[in-house]
Design a protein around this ligand. Structure first.
Ligand code: AMP
Ligand code: MG
Length: 265
């Protein structure tokens, strides 16, 4: 039995239709071995993208607290050479960032050609957390769906490929992960009062994500819903999606100038 990772653009995307604990019947060892193979392939593909230096990729990671954004980045970074990667985490905007339009800081973080950017959170916070925490009025965040679609189209037409992944975990799994964080001195620093307050608004977040993923699920930048209750399955799915994306792009080494061969003394 398989579970689709996406819905066709224009159709309603409802997180409740996706099983966060889905693992396609795989066991952990098999999945980890397959992820490793994807990472090996990714390293080579990323190197070719870097050498070609004409296009870029951005992997957007969204998900509620504890959904595994950091862990997913660790997996990608374990496979891809750091010179081909640019990781950016988006926190609550600074005073300077708030004095610009909401996409200003995002545009500034778009990686140069040849690079794979990984966004830990993104402009989607500006239609999700700001809505749930009522940081901006409804008419402002509602207009942002169209603004995001236009922004992503502009970048797409300029040679950027978006890989948008929503890391989907269950409320039960989040409880377990929050409890682990509360008890583990090495993880406690990750928790703030906002995280527990956000959990109380679980349904509001799911609804805000349903709407954001539906409204911004475009042919040029579609959303993937990644089952993420099992970290090893989440890693496998993200590694596979990024690999398939790069294989589709099929980056080429620049043409070699063979006259250089005669110039070596
Ligand atoms: P973390 O990713 O756990 O380090 O937390 C970053 C925090 O910044 C989260 O609570 C996000 O919801 C918040 N955040 C990120 N972007 C925005 C934004 N545009 N507006 C408000 N809060 C944001
Ligand atoms: Mg947090």
């Amino acid at each position: 039995m398989d579970q689709p990772l996406s819905v066709p653009p224009g159709r309603d995307l409802r997180l409740a239709d996706f099983d966060p604990d889905f693992t396609a019947g795989l066991d952990r060892d098999t999945a980890e071995a397959e992820t490793r193979r994807h990472c090996d392939a990714l390293d080579e593909l990323a190197y070719r993208l870097f050498a070609e230096a004409k296009r870029a990729v951005v992997v957007v990671l969204q998900g509620i607290d504890t959904s595994g954004k950091d862990g997913t980045i660790r997996m990608l970074a374990s496979g891809i050479s750091p010179q081909c990667l640019a990781v950016k985490s988006f926190k609550a905007p600074s005073a300077l960032e708030l004095s610009h339009d909401f996409l200003w800081r995002v545009h500034a973080a778009i990686p140069p050609h040849g690079t794979i950017g990984v966004f830990n959170r993104s402009h989607y916070e500006d239609v999700v957390v700001v809505r749930v925490r009522k940081l901006v009025p409804k008419d402002v965040w509602q207009d942002r769906y169209a603004q995001i679609n236009a922004f992503e189209k502009l970048l797409h037409d300029g040679g950027l490929t978006f890989v948008k992944c929503f890391l989907h975990i269950s409320k039960k799994e989040q409880r377990q992960r929050l409890e682990d964080r509360l008890k583990d001195p090495k993880k406690q620093w990750k928790l703030g009062p906002d995280d527990l307050a956000d959990r109380e608004r679980w349904d509001d977040f799911q609804k805000a994500y349903d709407d954001a993923l539906t409204e911004c699920n475009t042919p040029h930048a579609p959303w993937h819903v990644v089952p993420a209750d099992k970290k090893w399955y989440r890693n496998l799915v993200v590694a596979r999606i990024v690999r398939q994306t790069l294989e589709r792009l099929d980056p080429k080494f620049p043409k070699f100038d063979s006259s250089l061969l005669t110039k070596l003394d």
